[in-house]
Design a binder for this molecule. Structure first.
Ligand SMILES: NC(=O)C1=CN([C@@H]2O[C@H](COP(=O)(O)OP(=O)(O)OC[C@H]3O[C@@H](n4cnc5c(N)ncnc54)[C@H](O)[C@@H]3O)[C@@H](O)[C@H]2O)C=CC1
Ligand SMILES: O=C(O)CCC(=O)C(=O)O
Length: 450
């Protein structure tokens, strides 16, 4: 269909140098070909051209004072991508690699992910090129306050509800919320991932990692298998990785790796979760410190990674959980995983596999859960937080966890049924992209040319 290529060409002209966004857009556009061919309403209403264009992109300057009293400047972003299904919803990322293309790809993914949850949430994303590494607590607070001093005018409990992502956890959400409240006087559910005593929901911290494991269990159960007794590779050492590892132990699996931006740990006996939490959630130090407690573990610094990929994917295992960042799993990594016995990949991170790695997983017909399906547990639990805020109640852990499990099961079933409908039953990339697209597109058609 020339339409897909023409759309991509136009995109590259109108939004230059946004590599990750082209990658995400191409994947979705290729997947929805069979839908566009079978149902002409989407082309007639020009949905493809509308859905790849954000409704609004906000770019702002963030000026703040460091501990030496020096004025620092960063870029701030919020992309309000699509509100056909509900208020814009999606996290904020603080990382030096952030640019307009990264935020746009994340916002684009978020639109389909949020649709897949079956909940009434639109898609958005934001962040900054601010690097929190090495910054004091006071600097983090001043940065968050400066960031919110601009962002507050664009968000609200029923318009746009940000949350965390890389570099933004409970502490940052607290500082952002405090500043929003100071500026507006409103005590409302304008952010999710809040502290439990001021509107947060139980399970939100664990939700993305737990959800990625629930999604893997759904995929494996559908072929009469499970994670019980399986050796698993996990990348990352942040929020998603830690709670993926926690849930893997709870379902009887053995996670043997984790990684940060400086290196990878391999521990054949299983990752010491209490130690990992202490290193990363409490002390914020390098993973290399893991060796001080477990001399038998292996630490591979980035300098020793294979030239064509990542050390974390080069060990024997049956399941893999990419949980750090985009494009962290290359074609060569995918080949190594398949050769080493991996039959299940569940993506906790957003777009962690390159396009060629994805193709290999699809061709191999393994249980492959793409990020927009497998990591939707985080945003889904954010919506549960919004529901609790709106009704001024709070649910216990079991109730939120039950909802999360049922939402992940629903996402799996929706993606698998759609894949079957389009005659490619094991292809959850196709299934999730079409199911997400169709839900948003139908709402857009019903709402007219807006
Ligand atoms: N936190 C959430 O609820 C959700 C997060 N995600 C995705 O999960 C992934 C991880 O996010 P979080 O765990 O929340 O962040 P985090 O900030 O808690 O941890 C990020 C981890 O990834 C590693 N990392 C980040 N950039 C890296 C790079 N360029 N190279 C190597 N390692 C790198 C960090 O060292 C850290 O271990 C991201 O792709 C994020 O978009 C997806 C859905 C929801
Ligand atoms: O909880 C949220 O609203 C955002 C989660 C997120 O950023 C993501 O799903 O990538």
């Amino acid at each position: 269909m020339p339409y897909v290529q023409e759309t991509l060409n136009r995109l590259q002209k109108s939004s230059p140098a946004q590599t990750e966004f082209y990658q995400a857009a191409e994947e979705v556009l290729e997947s929805i070909r069979p839908l566009l061919e079978s149902d002409k309403r989407y082309l007639d209403a020009n949905i493809v051209e509308r859905i790849i264009e954000p409704e609004r992109q906000i770019l702002f300057r963030v000026t703040w004072l460091d501990d030496q009293g020096k004025v620092q400047v960063n870029k701030g972003y919020r992309i309000q991508f699509n509100s056909a299904l509900g208020p814009y919803k999606g996290g904020l990322r603080f990382h030096p690699s952030v640019n307009a293309g990264i935020i746009k790809f994340l916002g684009f993914e978020q639109v389909f992910k949020n649709a897949l949850t079956g909940l009434s949430i639109g898609g958005g994303k934001g962040g900054s090129d601010f690097n929190p590494k090495g910054r004091s607590n006071a600097e983090i607070m001043r940065f968050c306050q400066a960031f919110m001093s601009e962002l507050y005018r664009h968000i609200g409990a029923t318009t746009d509800v940000p949350a965390g992502d890389i570099g933004v956890g409970g502490r940052e959400v607290g500082y952002l919320y405090g500043q929003y409240k100071r500026l507006t006087g409103n005590y409302e559910g304008v952010l999710t991932g809040k502290g439990l005593s001021w509107g947060g929901s139980l399970v939100r911290t664990e939700a993305t990692g737990y959800g990625a494991v629930y999604f893997a269990e759904n995929m494996l159960n559908s072929v009469s298998d499970s994670l019980d007794g399986k050796t698993c590779l996990v990348s990352g050492a942040g929020n998603v990785a830690i709670y993926t590892i926690e849930k893997l132990y709870q379902v009887g699996a053995k996670p043997v790796t984790c990684s940060d931006s400086q290196g990878t740990i391999y521990h054949a006996e299983g990752i010491d979760l209490a130690l990992l939490k202490d290193l990363k959630e409490v002390r914020g130090v390098s993973l290399e410190e893991y060796l001080k407690t477990h001399a038998s573990a292996q630490y591979i610094p980035v300098a020793d990674y294979p030239k064509d990929g990542h050390a974390v994917w080069r060990f024997e295992a049956q399941a893999a959980f990419p949980s750090a960042t985009q494009n962290e799993l290359t074609e060569a990594d995918a080949k190594a995983l398949l050769a080493n016995g991996v039959i299940c990949v569940s993506e906790g991170a957003n777009m962690p596999s390159t396009a060629k790695a994805m193709d290999l997983f699809i061709e191999a017909k393994i249980a492959y859960g793409p990020g927009k399906a497998a990591n939707a547990g985080g945003v889904a639990t954010s919506q549960l937080e919004m529901a609790q805020n709106a009704s001024m109640t709070s649910w216990d852990f079991e109730k939120v966890d039950r909802h999360l499990q049922s939402i992940m099961c629903g996402i799996f079933e929706r993606s698998a049924e759609t894949a079957k409908e389009f005659n490619d039953p094991t292809n959850l990339v196709l299934g999730s992209n079409i199911a997400g697209f169709r839900k948003v597109a139908d709402a857009m058609i019903e709402q007219g040319a807006v």
